[in-house]
Design a protein around this ligand. Sequence first.
Ligand SMILES: Cc1cc2nc3c(=O)[nH]c(=O)nc-3n(C[C@H](O)[C@H](O)[C@H](O)COP(=O)(O)O)c2cc1C
Length: 244
Amino acid sequence: MDDLKNSLGSRYLQETKFDEQTLHRKARLDIAPAHPYKEYAGADKIKLPTTWEMDKSLHDTLQYRRSHRRYGDAALSMEDLAMLLWAGQGISGRAGSFFFRTAPSAGALYPVETYLSIQHVESLSPGLYHFQPLEFCLELMSEGFVGKSVAEAALGQNFMAKAGVVFIWSAILRRNFSKYGHRGLRYIMMDAGHICQNLLLAAEGLQLGACPVAAFYDDALNKLLALDGEEESVIYLAAVGAKE
Ligand SMILES: Cc1cc2nc3c(=O)[nH]c(=O)nc-3n(C[C@H](O)[C@H](O)[C@H](O)COP(=O)(O)O)c2cc1C
């Protein structure tokens, strides 16, 4: 049997983790930047229409989504929270005993877990929770406001402490690597991107502000959630709150 810990994917994840000591060494490579747009000089250009038939609410959600980092004082409702969770990872289909979710997942393996730092949500005590999609419920892990610790672990991005909720996504590497091997880490990150984008669009649809965050001290968040950082490790965050 191959060892998960020594797989290329695991080593990449370990070696690109941020911590306070290595942040500045790891955060930059001395590589020249590239132009953000590619163009085929001399190619025929075919102008595209800018008016089209599309469901207006979907169009506006796509058009107006922006990363919001300033949150107001209003608490999120339980309905908003439930909808955000459903949009990110809710079960939306079934084939026999198998369940599909709102976001696609390579091989339908669903390696991403959702945790919540609840900070300002009506009828929920601040604390850390785990989302359980099969029963569509939250599991209370520990009570007490940890927004400041989450913000500190996110390289001191203080706006996160003011959010109503911070979504913390981890990956259970084995779920994916046991099928896709070294290539698995790519798929896990793509899965997380789909989940996060679903969440961001749902937040916009609910008139809430949201911001994805990938700059964080990995093991500080792993510690907060009691994850070992090898079998399961935090990979992505998103703050959501009332727009200011
Ligand atoms: C993978 C990823 C990581 C990001 N990490 C952070 C972050 O750590 N802090 C932050 O404030 N914004 C973060 N963002 C948000 C980007 O800064 C933002 O998406 C970008 O500036 C484009 O703006 P828009 O989202 O409003 O369209 C991240 C976005 C992505 C996709």
